[in-house]
Design a protein around this ligand. Structure first.
Ligand SMILES: [Zn+2]
Length: 322
């Protein structure tokens, strides 16, 4: 029923899920580069289609809004629904002869200020991401994370330093923009982040008090840049600064040294261990395949009584329910 080979092929539908190489027809769950490839034809939400176009140019899209079931071909129904990961991020439900299969893509259950809240649908087969699939990965409450971000800005500014946030340019950066501008801070953002924020605004996610970063014109603004820009001349030329990174991996005590920053704050776009478990319990699948992340996650699921395994190229899925 499914075949795993640089992406997941759902046999009998002609549809691939987040394939990593170009295929004829593929569901793209969201526009991050590790999921979005320029396929011959792409099934995605209108937001993801627009963001993909921005990132890799024109392509052929079949767009579907959330919660609008469609017959893909006779007897096969598909429906996209929010993943909570980033703007436009979607999970897909594929139903055939009454058997329901869900592929989550990247997801999180906690609230986002820039993405629709994730939904969980009952299913028989669940293919899920498990990026943070170890019990040690438990993120603090969002309120605490927001407070740390504010404290970071206030501390830096009290020392006469520019606060700099490293956040990847699609999703995390716009979430940071929303959190910080809601608290009254003025922002300067890297050009790549600015251009993507403009697309978010087309879809109704508005930001306050921001402008693209121009060298020498920071004044009292908070700077948000993608992690790769940390070593750029533009950042090196800022004389007094404090730098933090926003990532779920900040849970590790040595994250600061690993990323070479003054602070690491665990704002994540992925589910933590408890969210992964909550998802599975609510979806109630008979069979779970995990993709991405730690292979150990499937053994934790087994301990909870689920039939789970990590999807590998060699996985024998002939016994699947479909
Ligand atoms: Zn992603």
């Amino acid at each position: 029923m499914i075949e795993f080979q640089n992406g997941i092929h759902v046999k009998g539908t002609g549809l691939w899920l987040d394939a990593k190489r170009r295929v004829d027809f593929c569901f793209v769950s969201h526009a991050h580069f590790d999921h979005a490839v320029k396929h011959a034809k792409i099934l995605a939400t209108p937001e993801t289609a627009k963001l993909c176009q921005h990132r890799f140019g024109k392509a052929k899209f079949k767009t579907l809004e959330y919660n609008q079931p469609r017959e893909l071909k006779k007897g096969i129904r598909v429906e996209l629904f929010p993943s909570g990961h980033i703007l436009g991020g979607a999970q897909i439900l594929i139903e055939k002869r009454g058997v329901r299969m869900v592929y989550t893509g990247d997801f999180k259950l906690r609230k986002s200020l820039t993405a629709k809240k994730a939904e969980i649908k009952r299913c028989d087969i669940l293919i899920m991401e498990s990026t943070f699939g170890l019990p040690r990965y438990l993120f603090p409450p969002l309120k605490e994370i927001y407070a740390r971000m504010v404290e970071f800005v206030e501390d830096a500014q009290a020392q006469g330093k520019t606060p700099i946030f490293l956040a990847y340019s699609l999703g995390k950066a716009q979430e940071a923009m929303k959190i910080l501008s809601n608290r009254g801070f003025k922002l300067a953002v890297h050009g790549t982040i600015y251009n993507i924020a403009k697309i978010f605004e087309e879809f109704g996610v508005k930001f306050k008090n921001y402008q693209p970063y121009q060298a020498g014109k920071l004044e009292d603004r908070v700077l948000i840049i993608p992690p790769w820009a940390k070593r750029s001349r533009m950042v090196k030329n800022i004389p007094r600064k404090r730098v933090t990174i926003l990532t779920g991996w900040a849970i590790h005590s040595d994250a600061k040294d690993y990323y070479g920053v003054d602070e690491a704050i665990p704002l994540s776009d992925h589910a933590d261990f408890s969210e992964l478990m909550e998802y599975v319990k609510k979806a109630g699948p008979q069979k779970i395949y995990t993709v991405h992340g730690f292979s150990e996650f499937s053994s934790y699921l087994k301990k909870e009584g689920f039939d789970a395994e990590q999807l590998k190229e060699s996985t024998d899925i002939s016994k699947s329910l479909w």
